[in-house]
Design a protein around this ligand. Structure first.
Ligand code: PHE
Length: 331
C-alpha cells in the first residue's frame, strides 16, 4: 500500500511530461493498464487480512479515480493544442494570391467608342442614345426617305415580323437618333449618338450584320459646310493623330444636302473611306418642327467596327465578335 501512495504523484508527473496523445496513451497503460501497479495491487487484495481488505480496496479505487481524472484532463489539453497547431498549419490564407490577377479589359469596340465619345465631349458635344428597334418614321420617313424612295434599298433593313405593313425594324443606321434629339431638344444642338445598327449583310471579312455606328448632329445658327469640314478634320486629328488628313467627296444621302463621304489619309498616300456626312436637309428640320430659315446644321455618321478594324489592320472584321480571348487579350 505504501507503494501506491506515491502513485498519483508519479502519474501526474508522467502525464504532464507526455507531450503528445501517443505518449499519454503509454502513460495511461503504465498506470491503469493490465500490468499496472494498481491492477496488480487489486489482484493482491485477496492476500490481505480480511479486516484490511475493504480499506485497501477503497484506497486503490480512489487512487485509480484520481489517475483517471488526471489523464483525462491532460488528454483534453493535448487534444486542444494538437488541434490548434494542426489548424495553424492547415489554415488557408484567404488573402493569398497565386500570381497577378488576370483582370481583363474593355472590348476593342467599347474602347474605341469611349475614346470617340471623349473626343467629341472635348469639342463640346453631349452623348445621347436611342432605341435599337425603330419605326419606319424614325429610321426612314422623318429622314426624308419616303417608302417609294430607292435609297431605302441601300439600307438592307431587317424588319420585325409584325405582319404588313412593315413598320417596325432594327435600326439600319444611327441617324434616327437625329430625329429623336431634334424632337426632344431645342436647338442649338451638339450631340453624338453611338450605338448598334443592323443590316441584312451576311458576315464576311468586311461586313457584320450587327455593327456599331456613331452619329453626329449639330444644329445652330449660321452653320456651314466649312464647319462640317473643320469638325471632321479636328476629330480625325484628335483620334488618329495630327499627321492624318481628311477630305470630303461629293455623295448622296436623302437626309443631307449637300452630302459627302469623308476619307482619311493613310501613310502610303492613299485615302480610306470612313463615313457619310452633309448639311441637314431642310425637310428633315421641318419634320422636327425646326425652321430651316433660322437654323442650319450638319450631320455625320460612320462605323466604329470599321474604324477599329482599320486602326489595328485586322484581316477579318469578324474577329471583333467571335470573342476569342487570345485575340482580344492583345489589345
Ligand atoms: N446614316 C448614314 C449611313 O448609315 C451615314 C450618314 C449619317 C450620312 C449622317 C450623312 C449624315 O450610311
Amino acid at each position: 500500500m505504501s507503494d501506491l501512495e506515491n502513485l498519483a504523484n508519479e502519474a501526474e508527473e508522467a502525464s504532464f511530461a507526455a507531450s503528445t496523445l501517443e505518449n499519454l496513451e503509454q502513460v495511461q497503460a503504465q498506470f491503469l493498464g493490465k500490468k499496472s501497479k494498481l491492477v496488480l495491487a487489486k489482484k493482491a487484495l485477496g492476500t490481505l487480512p480480511a479486516e484490511d481488505r475493504a480499506n485497501a480496496g477503497k484506497e486503490i479505487n480512489e487512487i485509480k479515480g484520481q489517475i483517471e481524472q488526471l489523464i483525462s484532463s491532460r488528454k483534453a489539453a493535448l487534444q486542444e493544442s494538437e488541434w490548434s497547431s494542426k489548424f495553424n498549419k492547415e489554415r488557408m490564407d484567404l488573402t493569398e494570391r497565386l500570381g497577378p490577377i488576370d483582370r481583363g479589359h474593355l472590348h476593342l469596340i467599347t474602347q474605341a467608342r469611349d475614346e470617340l465619345e471623349d473626343v467629341f465631349i472635348g469639342m463640346g458635344y453631349s452623348v445621347v442614345e436611342g432605341p435599337e428597334v425603330e419605326t419606319a418614321w424614325y429610321n426612314f420617313e422623318a429622314l426624308n426617305i419616303p417608302d417609294w424612295h430607292p435609297a431605302r434599298g441601300n439600307f438592307d433593313t431587317i424588319f420585325v415580323d409584325l405582319g404588313e405593313p412593315e413598320e417596325v425594324m432594327l435600326r439600319s443606321h444611327t441617324s434616327p437618333v437625329q430625329i429623336r434629339t431634334m424632337e426632344s431638344q431645342e436647338p442649338p444642338i451638339y450631340i453624338v449618338a453611338p450605338g448598334r445598327t443592323f443590316r441584312t449583310d451576311s458576315a464576311d471579312a468586311t461586313h457584320l450584320p450587327a455593327f456599331n455606328q456613331i452619329e453626329g448632329l449639330v444644329i445652330d445658327k449660321g452653320i456651314t459646310m466649312g464647319d462640317l469640314a473643320g469638325t471632321i478634320d479636328s476629330f480625325v486629328h484628335a483620334f488618329f493623330g495630327e499627321e492624318v488628313k481628311s477630305r470630303l467627296r461629293p455623295s448622296y444621302f436623302p437626309f443631307t444636302e449637300p452630302s459627302a463621304e469623308f476619307d482619311i489619309s493613310r501613310s502610303d498616300g492613299s485615302w480610306l473611306e470612313l463615313g457619310g456626312c452633309g448639311m441637314v436637309h431642310p425637310n428633315v428640320l421641318r419634320n422636327c418642327n425646326i425652321d430651316p430659315e433660322v437654323w442650319q446644321g450638319f450631320a455625320f455618321g460612320f462605323g466604329i467596327d470599321r474604324l477599329v478594324s482599320m486602326r489595328y489592320q485586322l484581316d477579318d472584321i469578324r474577329e471583333l465578335v467571335v470573342n476569342d480571348a487570345r485575340f482580344l487579350r492583345q489589345f
